[in-house]
Design a protein around this ligand. Structure first.
Ligand SMILES: C[S@@+](CC[C@H](N)C(=O)[O-])C[C@H]1O[C@@H](n2cnc3c(N)ncnc32)[C@H](O)[C@@H]1O
Length: 264
């Protein structure tokens, strides 16, 4: 069995914890226990996962609908769930082409569920590390035409790259390789809720999982440097471009995101 297919069920993994928090079935006891330790201190963690997914939905609908984007590169995809990126994009236009990238072996095992493209479009999956953007770009070019605009999605992944300068360099390398007219959609957990920061401290110190670094909204905004942020800029995902609803504005959650345009 290649190394990339070896599942380590002795330490929690972010994709599997995320799946558990979203109510999925693709996780192990170690992931459930780690997530439960976080929600015991910070019950709002569940809201973070749900608002993140809703933000992804609104981002893809905006890009594939209003903005005419037909190609997506979704890095840090996560385990298949309801309304995966290709399903949302191809509802807007069945010819959309999507490349998913993740480095978790369980996501690779379940990747078939991400490869259910319409006949007019295409889906591919790359088992790769976001820290290797050149390889990602090379392999994505099998499915995407990188001379045409792409919607790059980095959702909930850069908090797993602890060094801020490295995270910025990854975004820069990827966006530099995409043509004008491309977009970046990005969200990540923030340090805006002290209970979240408190809950992550022991998780990062001793669970064995890759540490997750919540950043300030200003740092999240810094990841978009050189790009033109669409209204309303970087905002809590619970409030970003809400679709019309009869309900009051939801409370802020500690995950912020935005979508930005690369001008020529
Ligand atoms: C918090 S989950 C977010 C999943 C999905 N993007 C969402 O927002 O619902 C983070 C994802 O990033 C993946 N990931 C973490 N570190 C990575 C790395 N270095 N390279 C590629 N993927 C990574 C994890 O396996 C996981 O699927």
């Amino acid at each position: 069995m290649p190394d990339s297919l070896k599942l380590d069920t002795s330490v929690p993994h972010s994709a599997r914890m995320w799946n558990y928090l979203l109510g999925g079935k693709d996780h192990y006891p170690v992931d459930q226990a780690a997530a439960d330790r976080i929600t015991a201190v910070f019950p709002g963690m569940v809201d973070i996962t749900r608002h993140s997914r809703a933000f992804i939905g609104r981002t893809v609908r905006l890009l594939a609908g209003e903005r005419g984007i037909r190609q997506f590169l979704d890095i840090g995809t996560g385990l298949p769930t309801a309304d995966n990126t290709h399903e949302i994009a191809q509802r807007a236009d069945p010819s959309c082409r999507i490349v998913y990238v993740d480095n978790d072996p369980l996501v690779l095992v379940h990747a078939k569920a991400l490869l259910t493209s319409t006949p007019e479009g295409a889906c591919d999956y790359i088992d790769a590390d976001v820290r290797d953007p050149d390889r990602i770009l090379r392999e994505a070019a099998r499915t995407l035409d990188l001379s045409r605009p792409v919607g790059l999605m980095l959702m909930g992944i850069l908090g797993l790259v602890a060094d801020y300068d490295e995270a910025r360099a990854i975004v820069r390398r990827l966006m530099d390789a995409l043509p004008p007219g491309s977009y970046l959609g990005l969200n990540d957990g923030t340090d805006t809720d002290p209970a979240y920061v408190r809950a992550l401290r022991p998780h990062n110190a001793s669970s064995g999982a890759v540490p997750y670094t919540p950043r300030s909204p200003q740092q999240i905004e810094g990841l978009f440097e050189g790009l033109e942020l669409l209204e309303p800029g970087v905002e809590s995902c619970s409030r970003w471009r809400l679709e019309a609803s009869p309900f009051a504005t939801p409370p802020e959650v500690a995950v912020f995101g935005g979508v930005a345009y690369k001008r020529g």
